[in-house]
Every structure is written in structure tokens, then in C-alpha cells.
Design a protein around this ligand. Sequence first.
Ligand SMILES: [Zn+2]
Length: 237
Amino acid sequence: MTAVDELFAVQDEDTAAEQIRHRLANLPEKATLEGARGARGATESQLEATRLERLELDRRQKRAEADVDAVVARVDELNNRLYGSGITSPKEAREVQEEVDRLRPRQDELEERLLEVLEEIDPLEVQLGELSERAGTEDAAIGAAEAAVAVAEAALEAELAEVRERRESAAAAVPDDLLARYEGLRGAFGSSTVAGFDGNDCTRCPYSMPAVERDRIKHLPDGTLADCSECGRLVVG
Ligand SMILES: [Zn+2]
């Protein structure tokens, strides 16, 4: 192979490497992973909100239980007085009984309130259970997606390593000055930095060459590189 053939090979490998890097950056497996993480994040938000709601109900349950306990304790205390030996007059007995009678409906009301709180807790517990289960399923999906990304990346990295190796051996056969000219222009022209000459024009050029330029390139020794006067690419004479 001539130095120019090797330069074309360098260009081909550079193009291949770019395509692999593009595929690495745009892996469908990565999109799947992002989707899985997004779903898990949404579940986590719901879990947090539901846990907060659960905490608030816990607080209300404790308060309602304390209210019930206080009334029950007071009624017990009053009953002990009524049926014990501390009462000294019928008037006092009547007053104690009246307080017990007032407290009974109050106790019922507080117990009803406690029951309502407990009834709110039940469906929330079910919801928390479902959300936790969903989170577990989604964690597993993330794990699988991460593994798929790793496999796809490893395959492309291996391809990239082979491309680099081939590029290196091709580049070794290209004179340094030529390689430097190619590398300097590659940023502007990418995969068509080195172009062919079809006998009339640079094959990558949208423009026609002036006749003088055409003649100049035609008469260059085979395998010589010239700068295309129209587009600036490297043209193989
Ligand atoms: Zn050109």
C-alpha cells in the first residue's frame, strides 16, 4: 500500500471510531436505563408523600388514643369514688354521677374519632405496600438495564480498541508531515478530509476546478497530495 492508501485507511478508521463513539453516546440501552430510573424516581416521590401522610395519621392516632385514655381514666376514677367509701353525702354522689353521665357521650365521641383515624390508616398501609413492591420491581429493572448498558459498552469499547490499533498501524506508514496536514484539516472536513480526483475535479467538491488547477493536479506524480483550490480538502493526484 502507498502512503496515500494508508492515509485513506487512517481516515476510514477515524470515521469508524467516530461512529462507534456516537453509538456509545446514544445507546438505546442507556435510554432504557434512564426511563427505568425516571419511573423509580416517580415511585420514590409517591412513597415519600405517602409516608408523610402515614406519619401524620400516626400523630393523630396517638393524640386520639391519649384523649380516649384521659376520659376513661377520669370515668374510672369517678366510678371508684362512687362505689368506694370516699363519698360523704348524697349531694356529692349526685355530682359525681352527673359528671360520669356527661363524660360517657364524650368518651363515645372520642372513640369514634379514633376509629375514623384507624380507618384512614388501613388503605394507606395497602398503598404503601403496593408502592414498596413497585419500587422493588423497578430497582430490579434498573439493575437489568445497567447490566445491559455495561454489556453494550464493553462490546463497543472492544470494537473501538480494534479500530485504534488498525489506525495506529496505518498511521505508522504515513509520513509525519502528511499525517499532520490530514489531522489539521480533519476538524473541518471529517470523514472526507482526503478526497479523490476523478480526472476533472475533487470528488468531494461541490465546485468545478479551474482548468489551470485541474491540469496542475493531473500532472502531479501518482499518490501526491494537493490542496483542493476550491474546498481546501486534500486531493490525491
Ligand atoms: Zn475540493
